[in-house]
Write a protein that binds this ligand. Structure first.
Ligand SMILES: [Ca+2]
Length: 176
């Protein structure tokens, strides 16, 4: 189970279809572009190019998950610099929809293929880890009062600023 390697245990990934960003479990808001069959960090072609092509709004994808009874959710995502990177960067976050609270949020900007991860909400638990092919695995700890009765979602934004367009390669989303 390769997604568990970073944390070196084998807890269950709460994200369904964690490598298939075109699956029905990943809902699109507005019209983000999703291109499958991209080169991934393990030499296969299971990654996606996720894009925002709208100049008036944020376009993004979300995945609903049911949290365990814990207040700590380790969240991570593989990213690679896109073909047209948004100046405002890309973002991924964990959100409690019911309580309307962001538990953890990371914003990623790029310079010559090297990311800078800013943990806006939550706490950092590892520096971005480099993989083959320009890939990096990035994460944070999302802290919040999870409740299985609440709706929780992971969000991925190719472009942070609503007026920006841009794309980013993504692979292997994980919340555990
Ligand atoms: Ca936009």
């Amino acid at each position: 189970m390769r997604q568990a390697l970073w944390l070196e245990d084998a807890r269950t990934n709460l994200i369904t279809e964690s490598e298939n960003f075109g699956a029905s479990t990943w809902a699109a808001t507005l019209t983000p572009t999703r291109s499958s069959s991209q080169a991934d960090p393990y030499g296969d072609t299971n990654a996606w190019l996720l894009g925002d092509n709208g100049t008036t709004a944020q376009e993004f994808i979300t995945n609903v998950f049911v949290p365990p009874s814990t207040t700590v959710l380790a969240t991570s995502l593989f990213m690679r610099e896109g073909s047209t990177t948004a100046a405002s960067g890309s973002r991924f976050l964990v959100f409690n929809n019911t309580a309307s609270v962001t538990y953890g949020q990371g914003t990623v900007t790029w310079s010559s293929g090297v990311p800078t991860l800013t943990v806006d909400t939550g706490s950092t638990y590892a520096s971005p880890e480099q993989f083959a092919g320009g890939w990096w695995r990035m994460g944070f700890i999302a802290n919040g009062s999870t409740n299985a009765a609440d709706t929780h979602q992971m969000f991925i934004y190719p472009a942070v600023s609503s007026t920006d367009v841009g794309d980013v390669y993504v692979f292997g989303a994980q919340v555990e």
